[in-house]
Each structure stands twice: as C-alpha cells, then as structure tokens.
Write a protein that binds this ligand. Structure first.
Ligand code: AMP
Length: 281
C-alpha cells in the first residue's frame, strides 16, 4: 500500500490507473479506523480495481465547542489495518494541503436533506461535509464512492450533491457495523467510560424494541415517546428521536418503510444510530 500526503503525489500514483481506465473506488474517512470503516474498504475492494482511502479530519465540518482538537488521530495503526484489507493508496493530507493558507470562499448547501436531524443540531456541519467531499471527489476522481448507513443523513446529502451537480461517481451505501452487543461502531465510542460503554448499546436495544412495537401495531408517536423515556431513564440526554421515510421526508404514521433516528449524549459523548424498519401491508 502506498501512502500519499499531497494532491500532486496522489495524482502521480493514480495516473497510470486512470490511463488504463481502471475503476477507482474511494472511501473517505476521518481515521481512527474500526470494522465499520473496513467494511466499506472491503466493499470497494470487491467492486473496484484500485481502492483509495482518505484520512482527513475536516475542520470545517466541526462546530465551535465540538471535538475537532481531540478527535482521535491514529494514522500508524490505521495504515496497518488498511494494508491488511487490501487498500491500494492511503491519502492522508494535512489541513494546509486541503485548504491552503488562503481564504476558501466557496460554500455548498445541499438544502432540505441537510436540514433537520443532525443538520439542526450541528449548524453548518453538512455544508462542511459537502465541501470536503466535493474537493476529495475532484482530487481522487473515483468511479465509486462508499459511505456508511451509520451516517444515514450524510449518505443522503452526498447522494443529493452528486445528483444535483452531475458528479460522475456512483455512491454506494454500506450497512451499519455493530459490536456484538449492538452498539454501532464509531470512532467516538472511544470517548466512553467503562460504565458508559455498558449503557451505550441501549440505543440499539430501544430501536429494536421500537421496531417490534411498530410491527405489533402501536402508534408511531407512542413508540417514539417510549424510545425517549427508555433512553432518558438509562441516563442519556436525548438530542433527537425521529422517524422519517427512507428519503428523509417527515412521516406521522407507520404506513411505509421508515428509518428511526436517534442522537443522544452519554456524558460528553454524542452518539447517533438509526434503524430501517420495513413496512408490509
Ligand atoms: P468517519 O471516519 O466517522 O467520517 O466515517 C467514515 C465513513 O465510515 C462514513 O461513510 C461513515 O458512515 C462510515 N462508518 C462509520 N462507522 C460505521 C459503521 N459502524 N458502520 C458502517 N459504516 C460506518
């Protein structure tokens, strides 16, 4: 596996593959890799000739008071994991390499899909994601790009961005990887104390219970209220609990496929998760 830290170096590494019309697969990450990230890389390995993974903690998608400075940076360990799963090129640029010492004046807002849910809680977050993903797509020029359903809203923002701006890339969504106890894997799980880590799987537990209750015919609003009560009783501070349809439109009853969304804080750590619930008439 090659590691490149500059845009020029990456282009030089990719040019032979481009000239040979190889299919380039791209997995953008912020590093501190776990099985969730690696599942994306494996999927890319299956579909593409050349697999590029980026590790870049993107400052403009963090709000004031969020964890940009403390975000775990574990490049050496990440690099070993990527080599093991068959990544061809790791792109790990500095902030300066990506944004330079000059003003960046272009902003990208993807509209309705980035409002509500995490967009309401984290002002400007998805604009920052849209800019960095656009830059990375222009730098890597992939045929396929892989994103996790763990960040369901982010995946929908990227799909919309790619459609709206005619970006020549196919976006692939990859299912959520979970720990054995159901906790969705996340780099932020490392912030949890031992006691918090014991409590954290309650999010998935309450989502699965909610799914059962919906299938038993309980009203959606009651089920959402039950999730809130269970999580609050377990010690979470809930940011939001919402049901949307798979296109992220609001719903008020269970008469189509739904996605249940949770964002909740445990101590200082903000966790997100979601569960797709199938409807059958
Ligand atoms: P991050 O490093 O948190 O920006 O995540 C990079 C990519 O990995 C994003 O597309 C995430 O949705 C995806 N990802 C993170 N955690 C998981 C997980 N548990 N399962 C599947 N994909 C994930």
């Amino acid at each position: 596996m090659k590691t490149e830290t500059t845009i020029q170096g990456l282009s030089a590494s990719l040019n032979p593959a481009r000239a040979a019309r190889k299919i380039i697969g791209f997995v953008p990450t912020m590093g501190n890799l776990h099985e969730g990230h690696l599942s994306l890389v494996r999927e890319a390995r299956k579909l593409c000739d050349v697999v590029v993974v980026s590790i870049f903690v993107n400052p403009i998608q963090f709000g004031p008071g969020e964890d940009f400075d403390n975000y775990p940076r574990t490049l050496e360990q990440d690099s070993h994991l990527l080599a093991e799963v068959g990544c061809d090129i790791l792109f790990a640029p500095s902030v300066e390499q990506m944004y330079g010492n000059r003003p960046n004046l272009t902003s990208i807002s993807v509209g309705e899909v980035s409002s509500g849910l995490c967009g309401a809680q984290r002002q400007g977050h998805f604009d920052g994601v849209a800019v960095v993903v656009t830059k990375l797509f222009n730098i890597v020029q992939p045929g396929f790009a892989f994103f996790g359903q763990k960040d369901y809203q982010q995946l929908m923002v990227i799909r919309q961005l790619v459609r709206d701006l005619n970006m020549p890339v196919e976006v692939i969504g990859v299912p959520i990887s979970r720990a054995e106890d159901g906790l969705a894997l996340s780099s932020r799980n490392g912030y949890l104390s031992d006691a918090e880590r014991q409590t954290a799987p309650e999010i998935y537990g309450t989502l699965k219970t909610a799914e059962e209750h919906l299938h038993q015919g309980q009203a959606l609003q009651d089920v959402l209220a039950q999730i809130r009560t269970s999580l609050t009783d377990a010690g979470f501070v809930v940011d939001y609990i919402e049901a949307r349809n798979p296109k992220l439109q609001m719903v008020d009853r269970f008469d189509q496929d739904l996605v249940l969304f949770v964002a909740a804080k445990l101590g200082k750590t903000r966790l997100i998760d979601n569960l797709q619930v199938k409807y059958s008439a």
